[in-house]
Design a protein around this ligand. Structure first.
Ligand code: PNW
Length: 504
């Protein structure tokens, strides 16, 4: 490895052979082929094309890495490197161009071959059903996530995909980061395009309605998966959340700010591991803004997650903001965080990536010791009924725009390599020293891609992508990541087919 382990004792620490590790990605961010082979538009096609200025460099997901056409080469590369799992998302509007109704046979044939190719390359799929590319038709017909009708439309899409691929897929994620219903317009087009979007049919604030319907859709699919379909894999969703530490551990207000952050981010969707209901803190703060869950719905939500999935990139310091919860309550249609959580954020250790605006990743600090503490907090304090936790995404973006002077600088991504080394070490410490049952982890992401509102300005890839030639080149961090597992868990030679073709 390029970067030495922070603790030499970790070099001899081992992980079980069934430890789940791999690389994650999502359909709109890597596939391209946005208008090909019968795919219907998603809200992200609309945002990227029509909400001028929403995406920092006006780039789109039309082409990005063309993974839609180059998947076999991508799987061959992963197999050659010995990466045992790949965690992509599938595109709902490729299967159902209108979100419901007619099935697109070309899309089905495509994903049949994607899954078959992955499996024959020796790579196990951990599949996300929804990673923000809401079929546009559903938005236009009933407001998509704001409306309860989406629960059944998602359920039908999920049933189709799971029924077809379950025998190849050991891990299913229904949703990527339902928290993004609340934070930003990731699940539906921005208010600039649809200023009256809030309160379309239910009267609920759009963000809260979106969170509510996402939670119900997840629970409905999960219940069906186990009780009716009797699937052989595990199913859950990917949370988005980060570690918080009180600015002043002796200040009750700061300690409370930490608790509020966790509750508003993870607790909101935490009914799986609790009694299925929204928590007292949410009810108290949001009052009538929060929908009431029926007994039946609570029963469905409770226990609907087979493990705790957490996308954890960084860590923050929380300080209480005087009047924060009042500001939250006053802003009913737009309960913005961190006001509702009553906290502010600051990197805890490591290094920031530079100012916001420059590269759009002001939220990301390298906070390796935070992940160890965070995993402890999740499993011991917040959700002690969860059996195990998988870090379903972590990753790092660099360098700053201005620093990308040559391909050599890009490929020698030592800060990212350092992030990977120390993040992995701390995840292992949580497992071996603290006894937290961490059963897997996924790096974000397979190659530089379309980073949502930051477009192609922010690059998370462990492989460089040439956006013109489509060439991928592994960065130092890719080798850092893969090498870390050597000697700790069944190594590369045993997991992929290792012959580098992976073509089946
Ligand atoms: C994830 N945060 O989102 C998404 O799942 C990916 O699609 C995305 O490309 C990746 O992270 C990198 O941004 C997050 O502020 C974005 O802590 C921001 C945060 C967490 C997750």
């Amino acid at each position: 490895p390029l970067v030495a382990s922070s603790d030499p004792s970790l070099n001899s620490a081992s992980l079980p052979d069934n430890f789940v590790w791999g690389i994650a990605a999502s359909s709109y961010q890597i596939e391209g082929a946005a208008k090909d082979e019968g795919k219907g538009p998603s809200v992200w096609d609309l945002i990227a094309h029509r909400d001028i200025g929403a995406v920092a460099d006006n780039s789109t997901g039309d082409v990005v890495g063309s993974h839609y056409y180059l998947y076999k080469q991508d799987f061959a590369r992963l197999a050659k490197l010995g990466v045992p799992y790949f965690s992509p998302s599938l595109s709902w509007p490729r299967f159902f161009p209108f979100g419901n109704g007619p099935l697109n046979q070309e899309g089905v044939a495509h994903y049949d071959d994607v899954i078959a190719s992955m499996v024959s390359a020796g790579i196990k799929p951990a599949v996300t059903l929804f990673h923000w590319d809401t079929p546009l038709a559903l938005f236009n017909s009933y407001g998509a996530w704001s409306d309860p009708k989406i629960v059944d439309d998602f359920f039908n899409y999920a049933k189709f995909v799971i029924t077809r691929y379950d025998k190849y897929v050991p891990i299913w994620y229904t949703f990527n980061e339902p928290q993004y219903c609340n934070w930003q317009y990731q699940y539906y087009p921005s208010g600039r395009l649809y200023p009256s979007y809030n309160n379309i049919s239910t009267g609920l604030p759009a963000r809260i309605a979106c969170s509510h319907h996402t939670l119900l859709a997840h629970a409905k699919v999960s219940k069906w998966y186990h009780e009716d379909f009797k699937g052989t894999g595990r199913i859950t969703f990917k949370n988005s959340g980060n570690f918080y530490e009180a600015a002043d551990p002796l200040s009750p207000a700061d300690v409370d700010a930490v608790a509020r952050n966790y509750e508003f981010v993870l607790g909101w969707f935490g009914g799986c591991w609790r009694d299925g209901d929204y928590s007292p803190m949410l009810k108290k703060t949001l009052g009538t803004m929060l929908p009431v869950l029926s007994t039946e719905e609570k029963e469905m939500i409770k226990g609907s997650c087979d493990f705790f999935g957490i996308d954890a990139y960084t860590g923050y310091i929380a300080t209480s903001i005087p009047g924060g919860s009042a500001a939250c309550a006053a802003n009913s249609s737009h309960p913005a965080f961190p006001e509702c959580a009553n906290s502010a954020s600051l990197g805890t250790d490591g290094f920031p990536l530079g100012p916001a605006g420059d590269n759009g990743v002001s939220w990301l600090y390298s906070t390796p010791t935070g992940i160890r503490k965070f995993l402890n907090v999740i499993m011991k304090e917040l959700f002690p009924t969860a059996t195990d936790v998988v870090v379903s995404e972590f990753g790092f973006a660099e360098p700053f725009e201005g620093e990308q002077t040559s391909l050599q600088t890009i490929l020698w991504d030592l800060r990212r390599a350092d992030y990977y080394q120390s993040f992995l070490d701390n995840i292992l410490l949580a497992r071996t020293i603290d006894g937290v049952n961490v059963t897997g982890l996924f790096a974000w992401s397979i190659f530089d891609n379309f980073e949502w509102f930051a477009g192609s300005k922010v690059k998370f890839g462990v492989q460089y992508l040439n956006y013109t030639s489509m060439e991928r080149v592994p960065k130092a961090s890719m080798f850092q990541f893969v090498d870390w597992f050597k000697g700790k868990v069944g190594s590369g030679e045993n997991v992929g087919n290792g012959n580098g073709t992976g073509m089946g």
